[in-house]
Design a protein around this ligand. Structure first.
Ligand code: NAD
Ligand code: MG
Length: 396
């Protein structure tokens, strides 16, 4: 098997590090060609020393200077660059056969889109890309012959549970429903009255998964599941009514597909992102991922509940934005990024996240998702309005 080059966008994050762990296990299959990070230097230095990529990209010039000095100390000859153009360069390097899109949030849109436009194999963790610009992104994938493999565990499970020819249409393949599972996060049973006092530490303490802080907060509000409904809509060309959220606290069934003949095909596993990462990297083959085998006897039973759209207002907002269409999901996503960042620094309460998202979504009219400029304009307007509402302490 010839070596495949991989660029890891967001290498220092939770998904980035799990990806490098899979790469480390298969030096005969994968070779790192570029790594990117925002401001975290030390983990990036360690990864450059270990994987010796051609290029390392960071967020700004000062960080790039420090990185270059640190790499020189180690005798590592990796080229160092910074900024958005350099992220695009990393995503489209000639040797980058596959690109792991694991930047968090809207910052990942440009390089991930560039990888699709360059016809690469795109391993998509950065769900915000599809939430913001699903139509444009899927169009680029088709037009440029890119291969898109979902890394989000639910979407990877759905991908594993669908027939290989699903792009000809879900209904034509006999699909009745996509069953998108959700753990319900840390506050599934918390008294509603106590939710106003939730701290960032409590919100980031997910019962089953260890993840970055933004997605952890999204899981606590269930905005994450809302973003995933939108992600599923684009990945599988699924109408919103076809996507059913199922609360399943154990996170053992990562999602399932229900067919017209009464069959339900599901993918199960321990909650470890290295499984979907390895599958996306090696598909249609399977490779060892360092994940412990699932012990069904230890699990013993699995529970399922209807989602609570009152407690988890953000989930409802995501369905609303998806049905509204156009730039509405981009507006919701941008408001949510500001809301979560503000919550994490103590400027917005936990319940304020959904309130702010709802207010921004209601205030800004959605337009058509015609071009990347339309999406950026909607994203920018939503961010400015959200920041203004926070400054005015409307939802403190
Ligand atoms: P994280 O916060 O742990 O890591 C984010 C990475 O992006 C870091 O390398 C960081 O340096 C980089 N980054 C942050 N801001 C940036 C910016 N402005 N410009 C360039 N780079 C920037 O996040 P994560 O948990 O690894 O999640 C990454 C993505 O994968 C998110 O979109 C998340 O929704 C998705 N995802 C994560 C998990 C998980 O288990 N962690 C599961 C499914 C999907
Ligand atoms: Mg997920």
């Amino acid at each position: 098997m010839s070596l495949q080059g991989i660029t890891v966008l967001g290498a220092t994050g939770s998904i980035g590090q799990s990806t490098l762990d899979v790469v480390r296990r298969h030096p005969d299959r994968y070779q790192v060609v570029a790594l990117t990070a925002h401001r975290q230097i030390e983990p990036l230095v360690a990864d450059c020393v270990e994987f010796k990529p051609l290029l390392a990209v960071v967020g700004d010039a000062a960080t790039a200077d420090v990185l270059a000095t640190r790499l020189a100390e180690h005798g590592v000859r990796t080229e160092v660059a910074w900024g958005e153009k350099a992220l695009v360069q990393a995503a489209t390097l000639p040797g980058a056969d596959m690109v792991m899109a694991a930047i968090v949030g809207a910052a990942g849109l440009a390089p991930t889109l560039a990888a699709a436009q360059a016809g690469r194999r795109v391993l998509l963790a950065n769900k915000e890309v599809l939430v913001m610009a699903g139509e444009l992104f899927m169009h680029a994938v088709r037009e440029h012959g890119a291969m898109l493999l979902p890394v989000d565990s639910e979407h990877n499970a759905i991908f594993q549970s669908l027939p290989a020819d699903f792009p000809r249409g879900l209904t034509a393949c006999g699909v009745q429903k996509i069953l998108l599972t959700a753990s319900g996060g840390p506050f599934r049973n918390t008294a509603l009255a106590d939710l106003s006092q939730v701290t960032p530490e409590q919100a980031c303490a997910h019962p089953n998964w260890s993840m970055g802080r933004k997605i952890s907060v999204d899981s606590a509000t269930m905005m994450n599941k809302g973003l995933e409904v939108i992600e599923a809509r684009w990945l599988f060309d699924a109408e919103p009514d076809l996507i059913q959220v199922v609360v399943h606290p154990q996170s053992v069934i990562h999602s399932a597909v229900q067919y017209v003949d009464g069959s339900v095909v599901a993918q199960l596993g321990n909650p470890d992102m290295r499984t979907p990462i390895a599958y996306a990297m090696s598909w249609p083959e399977r490779i060892e991922a360092g994940v412990a085998p699932l012990d069904l006897f230890k699990i013993a039973h699995l529970d399922f509940y209807q989602p609570d759209f009152v407690r988890f207002r953000c989930l409802q907002l995501a369905y609303d934005a998806l049905r509204e269409g156009g730039t509405a999901p981009a507006i919701l996503n941008a408001a949510n990024e500001i809301a979560v960042a503000s919550f994490l620094v103590g400027e917005l309460s936990f319940l304020g996240i959904a309130q702010l998202n709802e207010a921004v979504l209601a205030a800004l009219p959605a337009g058509p998702e015609g071009s990347l400029e339309d999406v950026s304009a909607a994203d920018g307007a939503a961010r400015r309005l959200a920041q203004q509402m926070i400054r005015e302490k409307r939802f403190a």
